[in-house]
Design a protein around this ligand. Sequence first.
Ligand code: BGC
Length: 352
Amino acid sequence: MKKLVSLLLVLAIAVTLVACGGSKPAETQAPAAPAATEAPAATEAPAAAEAKTYNVGVAIYQYNDNFMTLYRQEIENYFKTLETDTVKYNVTMVDGKNDMGEQTNQIDTFITQGMDVIICNLVQTSSAEVIIDKVVAAGIPLVLINREPLGDNGDESYPGIINNPTVCYVGADARQSGTYQGEIVRDLPNHGDINGDGVVSYVMVVGDPENPDAQYRTEYSVKALTDAGIEVKELVKNVGNWDQTKGQEIVAAALAQYADQIEVVFCNNDAMALGAAAAIEAAGRKVGEDIYLLGVDALDECQEMVQKGTMTGTVLNDHIGQSHTAVDVAIKALNGEAIDNYYWVDYVKVTK
Ligand code: BGC
């Protein structure tokens, strides 16, 4: 029995020794294996956060437009300034070439490309519904700019805008710009009546008649005079489609027909006013002396002309304020934040 106990004891010691010995090789191997994977992790710089890139589609009605050129360049500049190490904006901008069919295809492409947000300067506001429906159905937020689709009740009531929380319009109230043009004439010492016959005889150079900016500026410039009790007479009203060359042609023809009966030339924008100024000069007339000339936008060259007196006045169409608002709202929308349906930027009167 004693022998058996001693034998068991010896066996137990042997097993223990083998067990302890078994752990030894493990200890010596251990540093070798984990060292290979752990060491680099310890020396690696903290992992840089991945930059998130948002895709933004911007559809402009036409690149060949003085005002929209300033506006679209500022959209691109401003997006760049808002980029950070972690947020990038990949802006794809396209030229609708004043062709609604072309612009509709461009919007379809933006949808297929899966843009995170779309900013659209409609070619035709009458197509607003079609565009809004497509973009909303694709689940993409939409920021309409510069050309306002009007509801039956005037502003801030367009069904496609007020019924869709991810659709908005960013612009300026064109009635204000028209009113300012009229007020500049109203506030002249002779209230625009150069020949003293008690009537202000004017020429109206209209932008694009489908565009509320053109409709309202045409209406409200004259209304500011009649509201002040000033009698007016329209000699010529013609469509210049926002274009400098057309503005020049219209005013040259009007001057040829009505000569010094014309006291005021209202242009719905500065590009057409630049054309009008050339026609006025060619006809040997002098702005501020025997004729008045008004525009809208306050392009740099027109501000200089107002300074020099070769233009009576213009109205600042704030492309910086509008483009920045459009971009800020687009970013809110792509982040899933709630947006309003309408955002307004004020016009500013520009006189000497
Ligand atoms: C500007 C015009 C421009 C038009 C384009 C207007 O607000 O005053 O110069 O041609 O927008 O839609």
